[in-house]
Design a protein around this ligand. Structure first.
Ligand code: AMP
Length: 254
């Protein structure tokens, strides 16, 4: 299975290939076709499974379809912490480098003035924790009424951090008709119940925590005389390869 089989467009395939991804991970090849068909997703996938790219690549493609001028925020990604906000931003910048899409992160420590200035421009994708987003919403600086795609990333962590009422308040500000992609590392009863109240006829995808990225990219072996022969990218790949190889289980329920 290659990225081409997933019907991804060339600017995205080129960007991920240049990043060193040779083929999709399990969560990517399971989720991407459904997301492109605008289905809601209930994804149980741990960090390390490639879930950021699993939602980011198809969402970028859907947004690219309609790149006419607009002032509204089209996609909202909610996640647990500012660190994770920055990590998602970094990944999406890489995947979208050949696409004319704009991205804004709301993080701790950024000046409200600079965030407001950025919000006055076009924002295709907004990434935030629920708490930070509600701060700006309460100052009437953010309109979520035109959101087309909502992504809940690390929902288990957001619920553990006590964001349930913040999440509900944000959901109430988004349109009823939207695509929702719900990801959690675990799917305990209370998380599933929360998801059921939000999702419409979702495709459910579960990737075992035992599955690691090395199953997507097993082939590279690097040789070098000294450590400086390795670029940062190859060092990153080596750290992936050094993850112990583990068995995976995968179930897919439509
Ligand atoms: P995530 O589960 O989204 O936190 O991703 C974990 C790591 O896997 C990140 O460093 C990604 O850059 C990397 N990654 C994502 N998709 C792939 C892929 N198809 N092949 C190799 N590495 C990937």
């Amino acid at each position: 299975m290659s990225f081409k089989n997933l019907n991804l467009i060339n600017p995205i395939i080129r960007a991920v290939t240049e990043t060193g991804y040779s083929k999709p991970t399990e969560i990517q090849h399971s989720a991407i076709p459904h997301i492109l068909m605008r289905r809601d997703i209930l994804g149980c996938a741990p960090s390390g499974s490639g879930k950021t790219a699993a939602f980011a690549m198809p969402v970028l493609q859907l947004l690219k379809k309609n790149t006419t001028e607009h002032k509204e925020i089209r996609t909202l990604i909610l996640t647990s912490t500012s660190d994770r906000v920055l990590q998602i931003e970094e990944d999406i910048k890489v995947y979208s480098k050949y696409l004319p899409l704009s991205l804004l992160s709301i993080i701790d420590g950024a000046s409200t003035g600079s965030q407001l200035a950025a919000l006055r421009k076009r924002v295709d994708i907004l990434i935030s924790s629920p708490e930070k987003l509600l701060d700006l919403v309460s100052q009437r600086h953010i309109d979520l009424s035109k959101i087309e795609i909502l992504i809940l990333d690390e929902t288990d962590k957001m619920l553990d951090l006590g964001f349930v009422s913040d999440l509900k308040a944000i959901l109430a500000l988004t349109p009823k008709k939207k695509q929702t992609l719900f990801f959690s590392a675990v799917m305990e009863n209370h998380i599933r119940k929360f998801a059921e109240g939000i999702l419409k006829n979702p495709v459910e995808i579960t990737v075992s925590p035992k599955q690691s990225i090395d199953q997507a990219n097993e082939q590279p072996v690097y040789f070098g005389e000294k450590k400086t022969d390795l670029t940062n990218d190859t060092i990153q790949d080596l750290s992936i390869l050094s993850t112990p190889k583990q068995n995976k289980t995968f179930q897919y329920i439509n």
